[in-house]
Design a protein around this ligand. Sequence first.
Ligand code: GLC
Length: 526
Amino acid sequence: MTKSASGPPWWATAVFYQVYPRSFADGNGDGTGDLAGLRSRLGYLHDLGVDAIWISPFYRSPMADGGYDVADPCDVDPLFGSLDDFDALIADAHALGIRVTVDIVPNHFSDEHPWFVQALAGGAGSAQRAKFIFRPGRGEHGELPPNNWPSVFGGPAWTRVADGAWYLHLFAPEQPDLDWTNPAVPAEFERILRFWLDRGVDGFRVDVAHGMAKPAGLPDVDLSVIPSREEGATMPSLDDIRWDRDGVHEYHRIFRRVLDSYPGDRMAVGEAWVPDPERLARYVRPDELNLAFNFELVKAHWGAQAFRDAIERSLQAMSGVGAPCTWVLANHDVDRAASRYGGGMLGVARARAAALVQLSLPGAAYVYNGDELGLDNVALPDSALQDPTWQRSGHTERGRDGERVPLPWSGTAPPFGFTSAPASWLPMPPDWGALTVAAQESDPASTLLLYRRALALRRATADPCESSVDWLDATQDCLAYRSGGVVVVLNAGASAVPLPAGEVLLASGPMEQGVLPANTAVWLRA
Ligand code: GLC
């Protein structure tokens, strides 16, 4: 991390808020969130106290994977608005002191991207095809896929085209993988980065940052090392040769050189699902990405020891390369924290406590839209499901729609002020009336006000130069440490414990005299 005289760069300690644009706020009344809706709610994000937003893809896309199938990375899909809307959004955000970061999706394009259309037309051996990963099939007539790789969304990672060749797609067939060994590919991504940097973006979230380099010869993978998606946020094994190849780091160095050629501490955060924090640290070596999502808290089951292990090991691994940790509790790909921790009131209580842990730790933090409202995953009817996982798995894996339901803003019935249309793109549960932003703003005990207070206190008490915590003695099922100007105590157990001495600055739930209740975390003045 490059430190200026005034301390580490902004991104090293920032709280980023992830906007899933389809689900945040609808500005044009078609039932799907968009850039105008987001722009109209910037005041909400300013009051929440976030430093930056990350907007998931809003680029031209047939939406086979919620916009992660990009057909034109340098234009806005009409579903979300226009480039003018983007320019207006970034101007307003900057005026409020909120930085704006956007996704780039370098592992694949949409099958409707002109490059892939040309690749299909160009035929075997053409220069257009060489931008993707086309191979002849196995078997007597090439009728078998070139190797045994499964796609992340289920089914084979290969699809055969009319002339008999197969192309690789680690995700949906509508997301053909690019061949990064072809110099045209990195050159194109440099152009894409510059396009958005010139428009004023402060940084990028790099999608599938662990996937762009493929093993030479594309050998079969040992299928026994691949966990099913339903097993949760399990990391790929080191033996899963589809991911985390050494060659990927050279591509991140290319990104970094482009970022560093712009003024103003532009940044990139990588989405790299790798087996452990030590592998993750390789993505944030001094000449690579600035940040990399740390999913250890997403993986950790509720419990003091599991949290402590996740935190200790992550801090240690990152300090080895001089990079900050980037703490994540949830995103659009994993169950919401409240659901992971048991759902219902218990799940929310634990999610609130976990948020106080997350937001107290040194480094950067990402908050997924709706987590500040204590939302749970929604059990959607089969007919509403849109995630390609549902189709591709032969209706055995429900996919990620449950954590993508639109945010409730106001009112007492769906669509709760999210849209002026009669219904939202995913149905909202009728019992969310008490969870709307409007309801929570006037409830001092609400999750929204807890987040607001936590972010304000974080600003006032965090020490931006710290990269570790001081562990303190704690009773069983508890966690205690000092970080910056606060002492954090988490009681992950099932019964109340004595509360250590000190002034309570913030508590994740109702407190009782002299004790810390179960499933509660507290910040004490250090
Ligand atoms: C990332 C995105 C996910 C998407 C996948 C393919 O993991 O977060 O939503 O489906 O990449 O682009």
